[in-house]
Design a protein around this ligand. Structure first.
Ligand SMILES: NC(=O)c1ccc[n+]([C@@H]2O[C@H](COP(=O)([O-])OP(=O)(O)OC[C@H]3O[C@@H](n4cnc5c(N)ncnc54)[C@H](O)[C@@H]3O)[C@@H](O)[C@H]2O)c1
Length: 356
């Protein structure tokens, strides 16, 4: 896997939007292991502590602070750097926050994506370029049925966050059809499940809430113990994104259009409810307790399963980690962090181990 990725990404100029966030910090570190040339574009460093700061990534890349809603700034950066590849992660990614700030969520997640697409349209360069727009499994119309969503299923999205990701998908498909057919711009979208791993400190995420409680010796409070999600380690999703890009860049002869949407989720054994996830986290941490608080009135999906057959069939990608190992790697990362270990080394070790 390492060789395949290195052959493709070494010395490539890669613009990562949202590079300072949870997934962005892992992706930046992953790409540094592949000797890529990274330009990061983000609004801010969203949490404190922050994986981006803990790993000292600022000095390793071209770190740019900017707002994706500001078309002219974004366009200037794209003009100036002419990236070979863009991986678009920048977003307001939290469902509950989207209920509090719906307009900002749509502006960031929808207009931010359109600004990126528009810049690629205007700068339609002579060289081939590749955009991977990272959306979400929540972009599907959730019928709360025992059904794993595949790429052909209808899109929807109940809450502002989920529907903003749907809009981002729809806008990407419209730009692709309208402007990028027979052009040098190649565009795909990726829909991952609930991504977990060390280094996340975002608000309103269950693993983060658990870690915060466990390391303070407090009781974990669960809002939606029965909500079922496809849990996967962040490295699984990132390996999926990079595998898809590898195929797009190598222009592999395929029976399927690579410039389309792709699900990256875990095998069914990792599709479990929140309560089971928490039990596994506590077992791995070897201590802790939880209590259930009745859910508030904000609607969140109860049943979310992802069908990954398209990626399994057409990309040489498949999940490598089972549920137990996913939890183990996550807890191990936080234990090392709270033990003041060298976290760049610990993170690189997890990446190297994964790539073996
Ligand atoms: N974490 C998950 O479980 C998960 C699951 C599915 C999809 N996703 C998607 O993956 C992407 C990354 O998620 P994450 O968990 O790393 O989120 P995060 O909150 O940790 O990071 C978000 C990043 O986006 C940047 N950002 C936010 N608003 C911006 C703006 N207006 N302009 C420029 N940058 C801005 C932030 O600075 C940060 O770098 C998001 O698109 C999210 O919707 C995440």
């Amino acid at each position: 896997m390492l060789k395949k990725f290195k052959d493709c990404f070494q010395d490539k100029k890669i613009l990562v939007t949202g590079h300072t966030g949870f997934k962005g910090s892992w992706l930046t570190t992953f790409l540094l292991n592949l000797d890529a040339d990274i330009i990061g574009f983000s609004k801010d460093i969203p949490t404190n502590p922050s994986m981006f700061e803990v790993l000292g990534l600022k000095s390793e890349i071209n770190h740019i602070i900017g707002d994706i809603r500001n078309y002219s700034k974004l366009n200037d950066i794209i003009n100036q750097h002419s990236p070979d590849i863009i991986i678009h992660l920048a977003a307001q990614p939290i469902v509950r926050e989207s209920y509090l700030n719906p307009v900002e969520t749509y502006e960031t997640n929808v207009m931010g994506t359109i600004n990126l697409l528009e810049s690629l349209r205007i700068n339609n360069s002579k060289n081939e370029s590749f955009l991977l727009n990272v959306t979400s499994d929540k972009c599907y119309e959730n019928k709360e049925k025992n059904h794993a969503y595949n790429e052909e299923d209808s899109l929807g999205g109940y809450d502002p966050y989920s529907s903003s990701k749907t809009c981002s998908e729809i806008a990407t498909a419209a730009y692709r059809r309208s402007f990028f057919t027979n052009s040098n711009v190649n565009v795909a979208t990726a829909r991952a499940g609930n991504v977990i791993g060390g280094g996340d400190w975002s608000k309103d995420r269950i693993v983060v809430d658990c870690v915060n409680a466990l390391f303070k010796d407090e009781t974990i409070v669960l809002r939606n113990p029965n909500a079922i999600r496809p849990w996967q380690h962040v490295l699984e999703a990132l390996a999926g994104y990079l595998t898809l890009l590898t195929h797009m860049i190598n222009n592999n002869e395929m029976k399927i259009d690579l410039n389309s949407s792709w699900n990256f989720g875990p095998y069914p054994e990792s599709i479990v409810n929140v309560e089971n996830l928490v039990k596994e986290l506590i077992a791995e941490y070897r201590d802790g307790q939880y209590t259930v608080k009745s859910a508030d009135e904000l609607h969140e999906a109860n049943l979310l399963e992802l069908d990954i057959n398209k990626s399994l069939e057409y990309l040489d990608w498949k999940p490598k980690l089972n549920f137990k190992n996913t939890i183990k790697m996550t807890v191990e990362w936080y234990k090392k962090f709270y033990n003041n270990d060298d976290m760049l080394k610990a993170t690189n070790n997890q990446i190297k181990e994964y790539l073996k």
